[in-house]
Ligand binder design. Structure first.
Ligand SMILES: Cc1ncc(COP(=O)(O)O)c(C=O)c1O
Length: 442
C-alpha cells in the first residue's frame, strides 16, 4: 500500500480558543496573552513588552528563557524525556543530587527530588514524622506552605487557601509569628522587636501539645504569601535553640526564598541558622517543574525504600534545567545582584513613603520586597486597604509593569524581580510604581 502526503496548502492557524476554556479557579493576575519571555520581560502576542516583576511567582530567577537554561533543556529533551527514578540513574540527576549536597553550609546533606513546592513540603513532614517517631507538626500564623491536604493544614496566610476545605489533616498546631508592623502593642522596627512570639510558643506547648510530641516546626525564613514579612534578627536563631532543646526538627520552607532570591543562596544563611530539613522548589529549575528537600543525611536514612516517591520526581529534563540554573546563578553573580538591586529597590520604596502616606510599611530582603498599604487616617493608621492595593496593581499593569499582591488582607504589593534584573529596570519599576501610587490615590 502506498501513502501520499496531502497537498501543501497555506491554511491559517485555527483561531485561539476563548479564555473561558481555563477554569476560573485560576484566579487571575492579568489577562495577557503572552507569546514569549526574554530576561525580565514578557512579550504579548501583539508585541507589547511587560516588565515581569512577578517572575511567575518567584520562579524565573535566571530570567525568562535564559539561553543557557533553554539550551540545556533542548539538548536533554532530544535524548531522554522521562528517566524514572526507581528504574534508572541519569546523568543530570546524579550531578544535581551531588551538587545540592554542598548548596547549603553544614549538613552533611542529602537531597530528595520531587515536582512541586507543596509536594516537597509534604515530603518534609513525612520524613520528620518517620525520623522522630512523633505525630504532631507546628507552623506559624501567616505562613504559606501549599494547597495539598497536608500543606493546606499548615497554611494560614489567607482564608481562601484553606477555609473551604475542612476537615483538614489533624495534629497541626499554629503559633503566632513576630509580625512587627502588626504587633498588638503597636508597629515597631524588627531591630527593636517587642513581639511575644516566644511566650506564645510556650503557651502553645502548655495548652495544645507537649513539645516531645512535636516532630517538626516548619517556617518560611521570610514569609511569602503572608505578606513578605522579614523576621526580627533574633527570631530564627532563638527558634533554632528552642527546637534543639525539645528535639523538634526545624524545617525551613525555602520554596520562595531559595536560590539567591534574598541575596544569599538560601535565606537561613542571613542568620547563620542550620535547619534539619530545607524545602526547595520555584527558582531551582528556572520554570521547569522541580522541587525537593535537603535533609541531614542521618534523617534521610530513616526513610525505608518505597516509603516515599513518585512517578515524575526528579524529571531528567528538569534536572538538566536545574544544573544549568545553578551554573548561571554562580557564573553571572546573581546572588550578589539580588543583594545590590534589592537594596536599590528597598531604598526607592522608602523614598516613596514621603509622598504616599498610604504606604504603611516597606520591607524585604534581596529581591523580595514589598509595601503594605493602609488607610492612613483611619483607626490606628494601620487599617489594611486591599482596594487601594488592587488599584495600584492595575495602574502598574496599565504601565506595563507586572507586580503581585500578598498578605492576609491582600493589602501588600509584592515585588519579585528576576535576579538578572538591571539597575535601569529597577529605576523604571520604581518610577512606574510612583506614578501608579499617585494614580490610585495613595
Ligand atoms: C513558601 C512556599 N511553600 C510552598 C509553596 C507551594 O509550592 P507549589 O505552588 O509549587 O506547590 C509555595 C508556593 O508559592 C511557597 O511560597
Amino acid at each position: 500500500m502506498t501513502t501520499s502526503n496531502p497537498p501543501a496548502t497555506s491554511v491559517a492557524p485555527a483561531p485561539l480558543p476563548d479564555h473561558a476554556v481555563v477554569p476560573a479557579v485560576w484566579s487571575r493576575i492579568t489577562n495577557l496573552d503572552i507569546d514569549r519571555g526574554e530576561g525580565s520581560w514578557l512579550i504579548t502576542r501583539d508585541g507589547q513588552r511587560y516588565l515581569d516583576y512577578s517572575s511567575g511567582i518567584g520562579v524565573t530567577n535566571t530570567g525568562h528563557a535564559h539561553p543557557r537554561v533553554a539550551a540545556a533543556i533542548a539538548a536533554q529533551a532530544g535524548k531522554l524525556l522521562h528517566g524514572q527514578q526507581n528504574i534508572m540513574y541519569h546523568e543530570p540527576g546524579l550531578r544535581l543530587y551531588d551538587r545540592l549536597r554542598s548548596a547549603l553550609p553544614g549538613g552533611p546533606w542529602q537531597a530528595f527530588l520531587s515536582n512541586s513546592g507543596s509536594e516537597a513540603v509534604e515530603a518534609s513532614v513525612k520524613l520528620a514524622r518517620v525520623a522522630t517517631g512523633r505525630p504532631a507538626v507546628m507552623a506559624f500564623r501567616y505562613g504559606y506552605h501549599g494547597r495539598t491536604a497536608q500543606t493546606m493544614a499548615l497554611t494560614t496566610a489567607k482564608d481562601v487557601y484553606r477555609a473551604a476545605f475542612e476537615p483538614l489533616p489533624g495534629s497541626v498546631y499554629h503559633t503566632p509569628y513576630p509580625y512587627c508592623y502588626r504587633a498588638s502593642g503597636g508597629a515597631h522596627s524588627p531591630d527593636a522587636c517587642t513581639c511575644d512570639w516566644e511566650a506564645q510558643l510556650d503557651l502553645t506547648f502548655h495548652q495544645f501539645i507537649y513539645p516531645d510530641q512535636v516532630a517538626a516546626i516548619i517556617i518560611e525564613p521570610i514569609l511569602g504569601e503572608g505578606g513578605y514579612i522579614v523576621p526580627p534578627p533574633g527570631f530564627l536563631p532563638r527558634l533554632r535553640e528552642i527546637t534543639r532543646q525539645h528535639g523538634i526538627l526545624l524545617i525551613a520552607d525555602e520554596v520562595q526564598t531559595g536560590f539567591g532570591r534574598t541575596g544569599e543562596m538560601f535565606a537561613v544563611q542571613h542568620w547563620g541558622v542550620e535547619p534539619d530539613i530545607l524545602v526547595m522548589a520555584k527558582g531551582i529549575a528556572s520554570g521547569l517543574p522541580l522541587s525537593g528537600i535537603m535533609a541531614r543525611a542521618d534523617l534521610m536514612a530513616a526513610w525505608k525504600p518505597g516509603t516515599h516517591g513518585g512517578t515524575y520526581g526528579g524529571n531528567v529534563v528538569s534536572c538538566a534545567a536545574a544544573n544549568a540554573t545553578l551554573d548561571v546563578i554562580q557564573e553571572e553573580g546573581l546572588v550578589a545582584n539580588a543583594r545590590d538591586r534589592g537594596a536599590e529597590f528597598l531604598a526607592g520604596l522608602h523614598a516613596l513613603t514621603t509622598t504616599h502616606p498610604a504606604i504603611g510599611d516597606v520591607r524585604g530582603l534581596g529581591l523580595m520586597v514589598a509595601m503594605e498599604l493602609v488607610k492612613p487616617r483611619v483607626g490606628d493608621g494601620r487599617v489594611p486597604d486591599p482596594e487601594l492595593t488592587r488599584r495600584i496593581q492595575a495602574e502598574a499593569l496599565s504601565r506595563n509593569l507586572i507586580v503581585l499582591t500578598a498578605g492576609t488582607y491582600a493589602n501588600v504589593i509584592r515585588i519579585i524581580p528576576p535576579l538578572v534584573t538591571t539597575a535601569a529596570e529597577v529605576d523604571l519599576a520604581l518610577s512606574i510604581l510612583d506614578e501608579s501610587l499617585s494614580a490610585a490615590g495613595a
